[in-house]
Design a protein around this ligand. Structure first.
Ligand SMILES: [Zn+2]
Ligand SMILES: [Zn+2]
Length: 302
């Protein structure tokens, strides 16, 4: 599996790869730099900016492309996806995990005041679909048929093309407006898991799904890396703040073989998380321990 995966990643280019995944954003909902953090270095240095978490999927053979999440950075992310795919217009489908601001508010760009798209399939779990169709301004997208809500049932794959299917889990994460999905993307050769937000691995295990099994059964796993450890928000008691810490997830897989650990790629990092910097001590620690950090523009041939 190691050689297949390594070769697939190296070979990922439109010419050789019929189904391709691209990382379009890696940041927690608020983006990096975050509003009102005046001294963030990224205000001055554009190379340090990080877009909000999103993945793109391209089936070059079918000529279709899909987005995971509609973020506040949707404009740039759709532009980049279309550039890579050699296409124009709205995506052929959007998958949304949940109703927190970084994950769905980019839908507004599909609406009347912006690109006025037509019937873009938006795939969500049931409560999320209900939320969008019964609350403004999102219900206008439904009424004007800018979007076409497609309700997913957990575990039932949506076949996008002959090469590509997506299924959803309902994962534990605070649900003020809707449930939260995690996604599994199945390509020709590889499967990729996307869990940008989850409260804890233990709570998911209580629902019967163990992250250890998910990692063993899939090839690449993008996981919630909101916080690096409990020292990250000075002056705040972090014990009440959910999300598995990066250190905790690393400890969980410490005794697994290299080939398993390197499947894990940390994503959705908060502006306070030092893994946002490519040369921080924490980034080096993650890499030395055999894990990976998702970076914008990285591609995987599926
Ligand atoms: Zn989030
Ligand atoms: Zn969230």
């Amino acid at each position: 599996m190691l050689t297949i995966l390594a070769a697939a990643i190296q070979a990922a280019s439109p010419a050789q790869c019929s189904v391709e995944l691209v990382v379009l954003g890696v940041s927690q909902d608020g983006g990096t730099p975050q509003v009102n953090v005046q001294d963030d270095l990224a205000w001055e240095d554009a190379r340090l900016r990080r877009r909000v978490v999103s993945l793109g999927l391209i089936d070059h053979e079918a000529g279709t492309r899909y987005m995971f999440e509609a973020t506040p950075d949707f404009r740039e992310q759709l532009h980049d996806l279309n550039e890579m795919a050699g296409t124009e217009g709205a995506p052929d489908g959007v998958f949304l995990t949940h109703a927190h601001i970084g994950h769905y508010t980019g839908l507004m760009f599909l609406g009347f005041e912006s690109m006025s798209a037509s019937e873009v399939p938006v795939h969500t779990l049931p409560l999320m679909a209900e939320f969008l169709s019964t609350n403004g301004p999102w219900d206008q997208l439904v009424r004007y048929e800018n979007i076409d809500l497609q309700v997913m049932a957990p575990g039932a794959p949506v076949e996008l093309t002959p090469h590509l299917a997506v299924s959803a889990w309902d994962v534990p994460h605070r649900r003020e407006y809707a449930e939260t999905a995690g996604f599994r993307i199945e390509g020709l050769e590889l499967s990729v898991v996307f869990i940008p937000d989850i409260d804890s691995w233990e709570e998911w295990a209580e629902q019967g799904i163990h992250i250890e099994d998910v990692v063993m059964e899939n090839d690449v796993i993008y996981v919630d890396a909101t916080f690096f450890d409990d020292n990250e928000l000075p002056g705040r008691d972090m014990s009440a703040i959910p999300h598995p810490r990066v250190t905790e997830t690393m400890d969980l897989f410490q005794d697994y073989p290299d080939e398993i650990r390197q499947r894990i790629r940390f994503i959705h990092y908060n502006h306070t998380n030092p893994i946002r910097f490519e040369d921080s001590a924490e980034t080096l620690e993650v890499l030395e321990r055999g894990y990976r950090i998702a970076r914008e523009g990285e591609t995987i041939c599926l």
